[in-house]
Design a protein around this ligand. Structure first.
Ligand SMILES: C[S@@+](CC[C@H](N)C(=O)[O-])C[C@H]1O[C@@H](n2cnc3c(N)ncnc32)[C@H](O)[C@@H]1O
Length: 397
């Protein structure tokens, strides 16, 4: 590998070392249990970007093994992890002299969790004890021809993936496309974290459109991830230190899944077009919704302003996907991949003359419109949707 490419890869790998908090995993998993208490019952759960001695995904599923009714829990760690062994979940990697050993990639497989310490309760303390007593429960993972040990694409990890029913983790963001492609190829159920931007990837959006992947439940707020003290964070507002532990918030991180949950069956309450024009904040002063100049659809500035009685195509912000219910709406396309008429030279000139900056040009595929003050506008990326009127008459006007 050329030197700067390998440096780049090393930097990306280091930046991928941020750890999900237990509470975030618990909140999300519990939302699925509320919808179906048997979501994980009898299932093999695989956390494939998770050092069992450091990851809260492993910790959560191990501690709740019996409550969830798991058949098996598998966790594999990655050899390439530049900070492996520096985590604090189990004292496993501590040599007792203040130094930590860098562990090799390994798999831990649990097929039961029982009261190891005989205190009458079955919990994470029993898992710790079990791991201490049963060194055989760990399998060293080797590099294969193409990938390092513990890489989710390595032959051994793919073999474990084959055994799994549900994959749950926070994978490295820089490999997100390949990661999801593998889950889809192996037809796995999954619950994973990823950057909200991934919605717009050309490999991801078609899955959303086809209802093969959707957003999870606990999205929208800021999620904080635990990082090592020397983790490089340029923006101050993205750092917080609590009880000596450093946390980092990066962009908008959301849950992606193909497990069913209650929120996607809740109907988004909508007002009619006339009501929206009368009462909605961003439509104030308008007599009609704006229409795109280069595509036959209306511009809806906020998902709350989707009119209940409009039958054509509507462009809505991406945050609509937080509220998407496939019985209520149909997703048609993302503006980025839509065949528009392209912007006219006249529109582009008017846009720049009005003092706006951006990189648009004649023929540009983004949606554009003249607002009711005749100001040329190019909104941020839009999801093009329609109300699903075919869904058993449930979405009458
Ligand atoms: C964002 S961190 C999340 C860690 C853990 N899943 C959690 O949520 O706390 C991503 C993890 O994936 C690991 N990783 C990076 N590349 C990987 C690969 N190709 N295969 C498997 N794991 C990988 C990193 O070592 C890192 O620990």
């Amino acid at each position: 590998m050329p030197q700067n490419r390998s440096l780049h890869a090393a930097k990306a790998a280091k930046q991928a070392e941020y750890y999900t908090q237990y509470i975030d995993i618990q909140k999300e998993v519990e939302a699925y249990l509320e919808f179906d208490p048997d979501t994980f019952r009898g299932k093999v759960v695989y956390c494939n970007c998770d050092d069992p001695f450091e990851s809260n995904f492993f910790k959560y599923f191990a501690a709740n093994f019996n409550k969830l009714g798991l058949k098996k829990l598998i966790a594999t760690s990655y050899d390439g992890s530049p900070i492996a062994g520096q985590g604090t979940l189990f004292p496993e990697y501590n040599e007792g002299n203040g130094k930590r050993q860098k562990p090799k990639a390994l798999a831990v497989i649990l097929d039961h969790v029982k009261d190891e310490d005989g205190d009458g309760a079955v919990n994470i303390e029993d898992v710790k004890l079990f791991l201490k007593r049963n060194k055989a429960a760990r399998i060293a993972l080797k590099a294969d021809e193409k990938y390092g040990g513990g890489d989710f694409r390595s032959a051994e990890c793919v073999e474990l993936l084959n055994q799994a029913d549900i994959v749950v983790t926070n994978p490295p963001f820089y490999l997100f496309r390949q990661y999801v492609a593998q889950l889809v190829e192996y037809r796995k159920k999954f619950l994973i974290l990823g950057n909200q931007n991934a919605i717009t990837f050309k490999e991801i959006f078609p899955l959303i459109k086809d209802n093969r992947l959707w957003l999870g439940v606990d999205n929208g707020g800021t999620k904080w991830f635990e990082v090592q003290k020397d983790y490089d964070i340029k923006t101050k507002s993205r750092i917080k230190i609590v009880n000596g532990i450093k946390y980092f918030s990066m962009g908008t991180i959301v849950w992606f899944t193909n497990l069913d949950h209650g929120r996607r069956h809740q109907k988004l309450p909508l007002m009619s077009m006339a009501e929206n024009l009368k009462f909605s904040k961003s439509l104030k002063g308008k007599t009609a919704y704006d229409r795109y100049d280069n595509y036959d659809a209306i511009e809806v500035p906020a998902y709350k302003e989707i009119p209940s009685d409009y039958d054509g195509i509507m462009g809505v912000p991406i945050t609509f996907l937080y509220k998407y219910n496939p019985d209520q709406f149909k997703i048609l396309e993302l503006s980025r991949y839509t065949k528009t008429k392209g912007m006219s030279k006249e529109f582009v000139d008017a846009y720049y003359e009005s003092g706006q900056t951006g990189t648009i040009c004649e023929g540009h595929p983004d949606l554009c419109y003249y607002d009711h003050n005749n100001r040329p506008v190019v909104p941020y990326m839009r999801v093009l949707i329609e109300i699903n009127r075919e869904a058993k008459g449930r979405n009458k006007k």
